[in-house]
Design a protein around this ligand. Sequence first.
Ligand SMILES: Nc1ncnc2c1ncn2[C@@H]1O[C@H](COP(=O)(O)OP(=O)(O)OP(=O)(O)O)[C@@H](O)[C@H]1O
Ligand SMILES: [Mg+2]
Length: 282
Amino acid sequence: MGMSAAEPVDDPKPGVAARPAAVGDAPRRKVETRNLNLYYGPTHAVRDVDFWATQGDITAIIGPSGCGKSTLLRSLNRINDVIPGFRMEGSIVLEGEELIAPGVDLINLRRRMGMLFQRPNPFPSSIYDNVAYGLRLGGRVPRSVADGIVESSLKRVALWDEVHDRLGSSGLGLSGGQQQRLCLARALAVEPEVILMDEPCSALDPIATLRIEELLHELRGSVTMIIVTHNMQQATRVSDRTAFMLVGEGRVGELVEMGPTVELFSNPRDRRTEDYITGRFG
Ligand SMILES: Nc1ncnc2c1ncn2[C@@H]1O[C@H](COP(=O)(O)OP(=O)(O)OP(=O)(O)O)[C@@H](O)[C@H]1O
Ligand SMILES: [Mg+2]
């Protein structure tokens, strides 16, 4: 069963037998961290994380409050750089390119890795302009091209039918669930390769949540998605792979284990994962 070290089989811990590789092509790692350490000033927030998301899949990050889920997620497109004192050590590789390096084009990086936050955050402008915003950052776009992209992006998030006759009205006038779909359309309009989502449904009601989850399913394959969620049911419903984090020694966040979602929940390798998913910990 020759499995080369370079093959992206989900991460066996030292001394733990590797899980068998999937039949056919092994999934490709789209973005990957190695020995990633994250700090807020003197506070060591996340320790030695080897995390990856496979191409076109949905990877969930779960774990108790304060374990560093958001910090890890926000390091990937270097949006946490804006926090004074935030520091990273180690490696983050996107498609072969090292991101913890001088000279990385952060604007382009954030276009390639879009984001969806906990609270929908449409701009105080029209629905149209919300979606067209990112296009204009890339330079002038002819109106007809922008029109087409706005329409297709709104269709991808199943919002077109609801808003096509009021594209000029404010995005803030939409319901919470519609606003979050608008934000997803805004992210999609620039054709991102990865979308990072930090508890994107926690401010939404169950029906709006299910709509977002359906959309994520539809985007599978074309976009690589990483979703932080507090909700283990959500992780099992939407994700292909799950990473479990915990506040470890010295109150520093750690990645305990990561694997196919079904296996992580049905047969966790680490006792701490089992305790968490069975509710013995929390
Ligand atoms: N801006 C900041 N400045 C200083 N410390 C921070 C900052 N943001 C987060 N931290 C600290 O980093 C650690 C990880 O926080 P983080 O927000 O990543 O956790 P989380 O897993 O996302 O938690 P939650 O589930 O509550 O959102 C915590 O100890 C937190 O206090
Ligand atoms: Mg968080």
